[in-house]
Design a protein around this ligand. Structure first.
Ligand SMILES: [Zn+2]
Length: 117
């Protein structure tokens, strides 16, 4: 999570937003689960279990449509030779990364080094 889903303040750490006090524990838990599915997809790919990898990548995307999940899904699609889906997912991943970059403050007081994704 790079920003609080309630007030869009940059995420620093912990289970509460420093600005609005929103409880972020559930959001963080879902992101942890999505990351586990991304890793499972990558492991399945390394074993050439392509259908299993696709399932894990889809679950990761369902839980958290992050640039990382999109990248993993694009890789799975590429290995499965679904080039149209791979291109679409990769393009969306790049757009997601650009949007995230725009939302992250810059300058000496920025929070860019504290992402926990
Ligand atoms: Zn907030």
């Amino acid at each position: 999570m790079t920003n609080c889903p309630t007030c869009r303040a940059p995420y620093r750490s912990g289970s509460k937003c420093y600005r609005c006090g929103a409880k972020l524990g559930a959001v963080l838990a879902v992101q942890v689960e999505a990351a586990a599915f991304r890793r499972a997809a990558t492991r399945a790919l390394s074993h050439r279990a392509l259908i299993t990898a696709q399932g894990y990548a889809d679950r990761a995307l369902f839980l958290h449509r992050s640039k990382e999940a999109l990248g993993t899904a694009a890789l799975v699609a590429l290995v499965r030779r679904d080039f149209k889906a791979a291109c679409e997912l990769w393009f969306e991943s790049c757009q997601s990364a650009e949007a995230e970059h725009r939302e992250t403050p810059s300058g000496p007081a920025g929070d860019q080094g504290e992402r926990q994704d």
